[in-house]
Design a protein around this ligand. Structure first.
Ligand code: FAD
Ligand code: MG
Length: 340
């Protein structure tokens, strides 16, 4: 097929317009931190300097809080288990105090001392496999949140039993999301979206003053499309589910939310739980806790958390929502349905 010179020039002209308009569109800034995709969009207020500051803080938090690196403060606390207290700094004291609050409320289902079990199962890594029952029994002896000692005044943490390991994977991204949200607000910026691997915070509204639409991904697929959208302003939504970190052995799926009573992945009829709260650390901790509790117990549990809403998607594709969400969410995939 022959293309005329005039057509080529016209096409180039349109391409240039397209590229320049793409350049003008405010882009989210994205980096891999906390072993996941983290992005922040400040739209027209998004300058290189601001993104640099926000992502420097996220990297600093990873350096302090990661159970995956040998040089983090968490690793130092873990290495001193049974030996001596370690200076932890204000971030760990705040997150761990909050984690112990949820541990107490959930009678140990939410458990920041889950490290030995997380390491044993190794879910999310290539060599994940079902551990020997004896190894699970051994690990469970160390999953003891009551043996975590915090000295808030001196900012130290002591793990009483040798071999204990802290793992803040179920709560730390929520703290980090709160942290960058407050930095953004302190700059007088009231509009933005933060997404730290599914820990979402919406700041303000869309440009025209209408609420943001935030999505819940298909909980049956890894990286699935958004199947539910919710209208949200100045809230956080955090989802815990079985679709991103898991492995399959003998046709059985083993996911990463571990039940500290059994030592195995929590077994119930849920695919995912999304929690909506103004506080992202609360939403993060609660999404994991509610997943562990299961839907029915969660409803009673949530009575102690006014202002918190939740979306439960079960294995029959029924979507159960708490009372405050009726009318503010839309199901986009007709194979899922709103439970009456
Ligand atoms: P959530 O439901 O919020 O949390 C589930 C996680 O919490 C589990 O993966 C486990 O770590 C822990 N957990 C399991 N059972 C319980 C329980 N009963 N009580 C309390 N906690 C429990 N991943 C990497 O692959 N590489 C990395 O380098 C890496 N670095 C990280 C650094 C930091 C600071 C953090 C916070 C996480 C990091 N991760 C890393 C973990 C990764 O991002 C996880 O996928 C994430 O923490 C799990 O969060 P979630 O929102 O998917 O699920
Ligand atoms: Mg969580």
């Amino acid at each position: 097929m022959r293309i005329k010179m005039g057509t080529v020039i016209l096409l180039l002209f349109f391409l240039l317009i397209l590229i320049s308009s793409c350049n003008k569109a405010p882009q989210a800034h994205t980096e891999i931190i906390f072993g996941t995709v983290c992005s922040i969009n400040l739209f027209k207020k998004g300058t290189e300097k601001r993104y640099q500051e926000l992502f420097a803080r996220l990297n600093e938090l990873d350096q302090i809080l990661s159970a995956n690196r040998d040089d983090s403060t968490i690793a130092k606390i873990n290495a001193a288990a049974g030996l001596h207290p370690v200076h932890a700094g204000k971030e760990i004291i705040e997150i761990l105090s909050s984690a112990l609050f949820y541990a107490e409320k959930s009678e140990g289902l939410f458990n920041p001392a889950i490290g030995p079990l997380v390491r044993l199962w190794n879910i999310g890594n290539e060599n994940a496999r079902v551990p020997e029952p004896a190894a699970i029994t051994q690990a469970l002896l160390l999953v003891d949140w009551k043996s975590i000692h915090i000295d808030s005044e001196n900012e130290t943490v002591f793990l009483e039993k040798p071999g204990m390991l802290l793992d803040l994977g179920a709560i730390a991204k929520g703290y980090a999301a709160n942290e960058v949200a407050s930095m953004i607000r302190s700059w007088g910026i009231s509009r933005g979206i933060i997404d730290l691997g599914g820990n979402i915070v919406t700041l303000g509204n869309k440009e025209k003053g209408t609420p943001w639409h935030i999505g819940i991904r298909n909980p049956e697929l890894s990286g699935g499309n958004s199947i539910i959208s919710l209208y949200a302003s100045d809230v956080s939504m955090v989802t815990s589910g079985i679709n991103e970190r898991f492995f399959i052995e003998n046709q059985k799926r083993y996911h990463h939310i571990l039940d500290p009573k059994t030592g195995y992945p929590a077994e119930n009829d849920l695919l995912s739980v999304s929690v909506i709260s103004p506080d992202s650390m609360e939403a993060d901790a609660l999404s994991t806790t509610l997943f562990l509790l299961g839907r029915e117990k969660s409803i009673t549990f949530l009575a102690a958390f006014p202002g918190v809403e939740a979306v439960f998607i079960d294995k029959t594709r029924a979507v159960h929502v708490t009372n405050g969400l009726f009318g503010s969410l839309k199901i986009r995939d007709s194979s899922f349905y709103l439970y009456p």
